[in-house]
Design a protein around this ligand. Structure first.
Ligand SMILES: [Zn+2]
Length: 205
C-alpha cells in the first residue's frame, strides 16, 4: 500500500468510527524530504490519493491543493522526532474535553489507569493555548513532541505521532479512549501506582 493510499484509508477509518467529524483535524505522512498532508478545510471522510497537499520540510507548498493551516506543527513534530513518519491531529470529543479542563497538569494531562496507555507513552504533555496556525505553535509543539509521541493542545485537541500512519492512528485512539475512562471514573478512579507503571515500562519498552 502506498503512503497516500494508507493516509486516505486511515483518515476514513477514523472518520467512520467517530474519532473525527466535519472538517476537524489533519493528518500527514513523511516520505523522505516531503510531507503529504490533508488539504485545508478537508474532511477525513472523503480524502483522495491525488487530492492531497505536498510540502517540503521548510513548509513550501510543492504540489496538490492548499495544505492544512497546521502544516507548521506537523513539520515541528518531524524535526523533533527523526523516527516519526506520521502525525494524526484530532479534535476527538473526550481528549479535547481534557484539554479544556480548568485544573490540568500540563506536564502530564491524565492519570495512568491501564497498562497499554502506560506502555505506549511516557507522558501526555500539554501545549499552552495558541490560535490555530499561529507561528508560535511550531516551536511549542516541537518542544513537547521531543518528550512524548502524544500531546494535547490546550483548548483544541490531540496530536499523535508514529513511525507509520497506523501507529499514529492507534495512539490517537488510545488517548481518546483513555480520556473517556478519565471522565467515566471522575474522582472514583484508582490509577496504577508509580511502581506498577515503572515495572510495565521495564518489561515492555
Ligand atoms: Zn485542530
Amino acid at each position: 500500500m502506498s503512503e497516500r493510499e494508507d493516509l486516505v484509508t486511515v483518515a476514513r477509518s477514523l472518520y467512520l468510527r467517530g474519532y473525527t467529524f466535519g472538517t476537524a483535524g489533519n493528518i500527514s505522512v513523511r516520505i523522505g524530504e516531503r510531507v503529504i498532508i490533508s488539504p485545508t478545510n478537508s474532511s477525513f471522510a472523503d480524502l483522495v490519493e491525488d487530492g492531497l497537499a505536498e510540502v517540503d520540510m521548510d513548509g513550501v507548498h510543492v504540489a496538490g491543493p492548499k495544505p492544512s493551516k497546521e502544516v507548521p506543527f506537523h513539520l515541528a513534530v518531524y524535526r523533533a522526532r527523526p523516527d516519526a513518519n506520521a502525525v494524526v491531529h484530532l479534535h476527538s470529543c473526550h481528549a479535547t474535553a481534557v484539554s479544556c479542563l480548568a485544573d490540568l497538569d500540563t506536564a502530564d494531562a491524565m492519570p495512568i489507569y491501564t497498562p497499554y496507555y502506560a506502555m505506549r507513552l511516557p507522558c501526555l504533555p500539554v501545549v499552552d493555548y495558541l490560535p490555530p496556525g499561529d507561528a508560535a505553535l511550531g516551536p511549542a509543539v516541537e518542544a513537547a513532541a521531543a518528550k512524548s509521541p502524544a500531546l494535547l493542545l490546550r483548548n483544541h485537541g490531540s496530536i499523535a505521532i508514529g513511525r507509520s500512519l497506523k501507529e499514529a492512528s492507534a495512539l490517537a485512539e488510545e488517548i481518546e479512549e483513555q480520556a473517556k475512562l478519565h471522565f467515566l471514573l471522575g474522582s472514583r478512579g484508582r490509577n496504577l501506582t508509580a511502581e506498577q507503571v515503572a515495572e510495565l515500562r521495564r518489561r515492555f519498552q
